[in-house]
Design a protein around this ligand. Structure first.
Ligand SMILES: Cc1cc2nc3c(=O)[nH]c(=O)nc-3n(C[C@H](O)[C@H](O)[C@H](O)COP(=O)(O)O)c2cc1C
Length: 208
């Protein structure tokens, strides 16, 4: 029995295109994998800790190969709790809107909490950095505009390189893109984009 972690990054809920397509994925996934567990992580409902103070000091202590003090260890426990939920999954689904060409800040906050030495990546002077997480990832990307190859707007799209650069850093290199775009366009174009993304999501979920 596998565990799928679904990370949701839009606050728009029933109005959200990325969530609607992710829900199509999840319905198809549940039908195809009835024994699996789905853990829904709504980043807008989570209270993630500020990454500062003792928590930040703990990270630097670990990076320098030092023993964190008592306050740092206590703060690090919170990081470990958030990371444990992330790394306990076998597979990942992420739905993510484009905000100002990149990621919504809740996703960046989550990345800053879970990207930690000894937990999700390692470093050694001989072999450099290595990701410690594995499993396939499906990502539903939503954007108001369209940034596909040939659109002329490719260079503005910092959403996919930011997310996939991070995923690769922690070891998640098997990524499938499901794109719902443009979502700020005429009703027919939006409907077409959403229907085709939902079809792609269902097909992907059945073999995920
Ligand atoms: C704060 C904010 C910034 C946005 N910035 C961009 C942008 O840079 N490029 C773009 O194409 N769309 C942008 N949009 C539009 C969203 O990407 C679009 O509405 C998308 O459908 C949001 O995903 P959702 O429907 O899942 O919430 C932005 C929307 C918001 C709220």
């Amino acid at each position: 029995m596998a565990k799928l972690l679904y990370i949701e990054a839009s606050p728009r809920k029933e109005r959200s295109h990325s969530i609607a397509v992710a829900n199509a994925f999840l319905d198809a996934y549940a039908a195809a994998h009835p024994g699996d567990t789905i853990d829904r992580l709504d980043l807008w409902a989570e209270t993630l800790p500020a990454f500062d103070g003792a928590m930040l000091d703990a990270k630097y202590a670990i990076l320098h190969g030092e023993q964190p003090g008592t306050a740092e260890q206590a703060a690090w426990g919170e990081v470990e709790r958030v990371v444990a939920r992330f790394t306990s999954a076998d597979k990942y689904l992420i739905s993510i809107p484009m905000w100002n060409f990149g990621l919504p800040y809740v996703m960046k906050h989550y990345i800053d909490i879970v990207t930690q030495p000894g937990l999700t990546f390692s470093f050694s002077p001989d072999s450099g950095y290595a990701g410690l997480v594995d499993g396939p990832v499906a990502v539903v990307y939503a954007s108001g505009g369209a940034y596909h190859e040939g659109s002329g707007a490719e260079a503005f799209d910092l959403q996919k390189p930011a997310l996939e650069g991070w995923l690769a850093f922690v070891g998640l290199t098997e990524v499938t893109r499901i794109i719902v775009a443009p979502t700020l366009a005429g009703a027919e174009d939006v409907e077409r984009a959403r229907a085709s993304a939902s079809d792609a999501a269902r097909a992907q979920a059945a073999r995920f």
